[in-house]
Design a protein around this ligand. Structure first.
Ligand code: TRP
Ligand code: ZN
Length: 489
């Protein structure tokens, strides 16, 4: 039935071509699902979000509020994953179809409010197209259930020499097999059907069932740990503040969970729970970096305002990959277990995880602020910081520069995003005193966490908050094709 539905709609849009292609491998949910033929124009309105770097990602008009995950990792260290995700969705415009990003395992079943719904899963294009009984309208909620099983993919990172997505770390020597997510910018779609764009953050409930001896950890606060068949256990985590899909952490390993004293730097002085996850056998010198986490939270909360989530810590991973700012639980490789990187990832909890990007071209708004936090930390430790800023400027001078808003995938995580981004903030800072600069950083977080941010937002905010001189300084650093002069008071 599904095949019939989609293949009859012969129009020239690429979505249709895609749906047609997928028709041969798409499955009908059950024979009882008799879809009515959608008007062709209906399918044509399934447009991606229109990201300037990743034009195919996401669906325009779709607003996912919550992902409720029930995952089973039967054999840690391998890429097989099975589970069910229930998406609670609404729309900002009428949506005749739902178009989720999904490269991952085979889809077994799709339901709309509990009833079988026709769908097409095009694993090559990475889109799962679902036909609701009637269009999803603004102001209405729907629950969409997707059951899947099979190999979770990874996709080559657009510019780092790694694969993003569901990481499978095979057993080796006395190390047991493990899995974890590493998804920036678009790896979450390798294992979950999602609206895979930072402009649509959502809350997550994550249940992970693992075999005997294993621990699961995920973004959010742990709510339950119950016995599963064969000595396994099911861990439940709740992430009640919305986060971008790429920041979702899920870890499966033989972990030692280490709890530390809560830190009262949350919203309205609330306690932030502190827990770190160390793979059994983690060396003492690796663990040492994480004893500073509480102090880092205090220093950064002083500059940025309340820590946005209810818990914070790190999950340590053994492969040599870059560290990632997964929400409430930074993903920290053994090889990056040092204070500077931890400060950087912790700062991303505000910049990237709470404040989210409107477009991937704006990623310096994450990386520039997180890099700048390294200076703020050093200064809180008594350093003048001058050397750090000089070092940044020298580094920026040695590499190619460009305006801060990126124009290609390759630019996303380059020296400009990190170092010129940090220098741009320093250029703002030197136009005012530190009290004003602190108010400026806190005001940016407080005022802009409810909608995705752009450089234009920051420029306008800078002018109104700090005045024309600061505004002009940021503008020069944001827009000049050349590296501007060294920022000095
Ligand atoms: N945002 C990461 C950081 O600066 C860097 C990063 C970009 C990354 N893409 C990644 C890390 C993919 C891991 C995987 O902290
Ligand atoms: Zn970063």
């Amino acid at each position: 039935m599904t095949r019939f539905t989609f293949s009859l709609v012969r129009r020239s849009s690429s979505l249709l071509a895609l749906a047609l292609l997928a028709g041969t491998q798409g499955q009908t949910a059950t024979p009882t699902a008799v879809p009515t033929l959608p008007p062709p124009s209906a399918l044509i309105t399934a447009q991606p979000i229109g990201d300037s770097i990743f034009p195919a990602l996401g669906q325009a008009g779709l607003d996912v509020l919550n992902y409720d995950l029930d995952l089973f990792v039967d054999r840690p260290g391998r890429s097989e994953l099975r589970g069910t995700v229930v998406l609670t969705v609404t729309a900002t415009r009428p949506l005749p179809v739902l178009s989720l990003d999904f490269l991952g395992p085979q889809v077994l079943d799709v339901r709309w409010e509990g009833l079988p719904a026709p769908y097409c899963h095009d694993q090559t294009a990475g889109k799962l197209t679902i036909q609701p009984p009637q269009p999803l309208r603004p102001g209405t909620l729907a629950r969409v259930t997707v059951r899947f099983a099979g190999k979770a993919g990874v996709r080559p990172d657009p510019d780092l020499p790694i694969d993003v997505g569901w990481q499978a770390v095979p057993a080796q020597g006395d190390r047991v097999g493990a899995n974890f997510t590493l998804s920036e910018p678009d790896g979450t779609r390798t294992f979950l059907p999602v609206n895979d764009h930072p402009s649509d953050p959502a809350t997550f409930t994550t249940r992970v069932t693992v075999p005997a001896g294993y621990t699961a950890a995920a973004s959010g606060v742990e709510r339950a740990e119950v016995a599963a068949p064969d000595g396994g256990r099911t861990f439940t985590f709740e992430q009640t503040q919305p986060i971008p899909t790429y920041t979702l952490a899920i870890h499966v390993n033989q972990f030692e969970r280490v709890d530390a004293a809560a830190v009262p730097v949350g919203v309205a002085g609330s306690d932030v729970l502190r827990r770190d996850y160390f793979p059994i056998g983690t060396q003492a010198d690796t663990r040492a970096a994480y004893t500073s986490t509480g102090e880092i939270l205090k220093v950064l909360a002083e500059w940025f305002g309340p820590y946005p989530f209810s818990a914070y810590g790190s999950a340590i991973v053994t492969p040599r990959v870059p560290a990632l700012e997964t929400a409430t639980l930074s993903t920290m490789p053994v090889t990056s277990s040092n204070t500077r990187v931890l400060v950087h990832e912790t700062a991303h909890q505000w910049f990237g995880d709470q404040l989210t990007l409107a477009d991937w071209s704006e990623v310096w708004l994450n990386e520039g602020f997180a890099t700048y936090a390294e200076l703020l930390w050093a200064q809180a430790q008594g350093e003048a910081g001058e050397e750090i800023v000089r070092g940044w400027y020298a580094r920026a001078g040695r590499s190619q520069t460009r305006p801060l808003v990126a124009t290609s995938e390759a630019q996303l995580f380059d020296t400009t995003a990190y170092i010129r981004g940090a220098l741009a903030l320093h250029a703002v800072r030197v136009t005012v005193d530190d009290a004003a600069f602190k108010g400026y950083l806190r005001g940016w977080v407080a005022g802009f966490h409810n909608r995705p941010v752009t450089t234009a937002d920051l420029l306008a905010y800078t002018r109104t908050r700090l005045g024309a001189t600061a505004g002009a300084a940021l503008r020069l650093w944001a827009e000049s094709p050349e590296l501007p002069p060294f920022p000095q008071r």
